[in-house]
Design a protein around this ligand. Structure first.
Ligand code: GLV
Ligand code: MN
Ligand code: MN
Length: 424
């Protein structure tokens, strides 16, 4: 990857902040747990549709030519001097978990648009086109598979698989794309860009602990999501002797405790395990639960250790089923990605850009999943992380990065994109 351009540009931090705050009003709600205003904008809900329309309007205002593909992924293109050259792509997502803050994903999309505004103001024509992408269902919170739009763009998952996924009300993603008018006509498989760079909040404490503004992301750890359904037997809470119960709720609790024991054993590397969704049926005080449904989210930077942890969980589930007559379990893999290393050449361009902006930086692995890990299959890719406050808490209305931190990250994005877009 040759790189001769040493130019540097800085963006308008106030304008970037204003757009972040304005977008956060779409899907805003008052969060009872924190007493803060949060964002609830799962993919293809009315709020997500409104936010897509708002961002498309901003894209058009800065002169981007917008296209929508069959996954509902949105791309805005700024022409380069050589319109036949592969573009440099940036972007992220604007769908959110149901209890989000203003920054997750939005910083990368609005940061990309702010870079384009800045290039326009400076009258800069890059050699390569620059495109800003918005990927559908990055969060996986509604249709159960994360990084879905970018995974289809990168051909890891098929369009048919994605369109057939259902939400908890049985609505399909394909149907929701059609209902909302985001069933674009452009082929969803993306032609390989020259490079992809995504700016995102860190969503963790590492940058703050190291007292640096910016992170150069070396890769993303593996993610495994499963849905476990436990079938037991409903029975009267007062009259049913303990030995006659097939208690689905108890089995769910045992799974949660066992996962924690796997983590605490230290035998599975840097495993993280979370049961974030758990429901019991019929969900009544005086009835032994007949069914339970839970999700398991495993993360591991080491694919071998991840496989061992998955095997250990499967063995435990098998034993659990055998431990109580009348109890049975079914598992469904919802999402699975391996460790993805990022391109060293792009990391170097990012690190140099941070140096040139006078920003201290460190390299770190991403704990969260990102669209970048999918696009990395198509072209040299890396990410810029922006520091978060309050231990980098995220997926919560407490998520917060300062206006200065956001601007600094997008300054690095701007200079990185400018340099990559002038490469041969
Ligand atoms: C994406 O937000 C993830 O769950 O890592
Ligand atoms: Mn995100
Ligand atoms: Mn997220």
């Amino acid at each position: 990857m040759s790189n001769t351009n040493t130019a540097k540009i800085t963006v308008n931090g106030d304008r970037l902040w204003q757009s972040l705050m304005e977008l956060a009003e779409i899907g805003a709600y008052n969060d009872e747990g924190t007493g803060l205003r949060g964002v609830n904008r799962p993919v293809l809900t009315d709020a997500d549709v409104a936010s897509r329309r708002r961002v498309i309007a901003w894209m058009e205002q800065v002169g981007l030519a917008v296209r929508i593909d069959r996954m509902g992924n949105i791309y805005g293109r700024r022409e380069g001097a050589d319109s036949t050259a592969a573009p440099v792509l940036t972007g992220s997502h604007i769908d959110s978990v149901a209890t989000a803050g203003a920054f997750d994903g939005c910083l990368g999309v609005l940061g990309g648009i702010e870079v384009v505004r800045t290039l326009n103001e400076h009258g800069i024509t890059t050699r390569r086109p620059i495109e800003v992408g918005i990927f559908t269902e990055e969060e996986g919170g509604r249709f159960g598979t994360d990084m879905l739009g970018s995974a289809v763009a990168a051909s890891r998952l098929t369009l048919e698989y994605a369109h057939a996924l259902t939400d908890r009300d049985g609505l399909t993603l394909g149907g929701e794309l059609a209902r909302t008018g985001f069933d674009g006509t452009v082929e969803a498989r993306l032609a390989p860009p020259h490079a992809y760079v995504e700016c995102h909040i860190e969503q963790g404490p590492v940058l703050a602990e190291n007292d640096v503004a910016v992170g150069v992301v070396t890769g993303v750890q593996g993610i495994s999501w499963q849905e476990i359904t436990i079938h037991g037997r409903a029975a009267h809470a007062g009259t049913t002797p303990t030995h006659l119960r097939a208690d689905a709720g108890l089995a769910a609790a045992r799974i949660i405790v066992h996962l924690r024991a796997l983590v605490d054993s230290g035998d599975y590397g840097e495993l993280r395990a979370t049961v974030g969704h758990l429901v019991v049926h019929p969900d009544l005080t005086n009835i032994v639960p007949a069914h339970a449904e839970l999700t398991v989210d495993l993360r591991n930077p080491d694919d071998t250790q991840m496989a061992r942890a998955e095997e250990a969980l499967a063995a435990f589930l098998h034993d659990l089923e055998d431990s109580q007559p009348g109890l049975s379990l079914t598992c469904r893999q919802m999402a699975k990605t391996t460790y993805v290393p990022f391109d060293e050449g792009v990391q170097k361009v990012i690190a140099q850009a941070a140096d040139d902006h006078g920003l201290k930086h460190i390299s770190l692995l991403s704990g969260a999943g990102h669209d970048a890990q999918e696009i990395a299959a198509l072209c040299p890719t890396a990410m810029i992380f922006v520091r978060g406050e309050y231990d980098g808490i995220s997926h919560s209305p407490r998520e917060y990065s300062t206006p200065q931190a956001c601007r600094q990250g997008v300054d690095v994005l701007a200079t990185t994109l400018l340099r990559l877009a002038d490469q041969d």
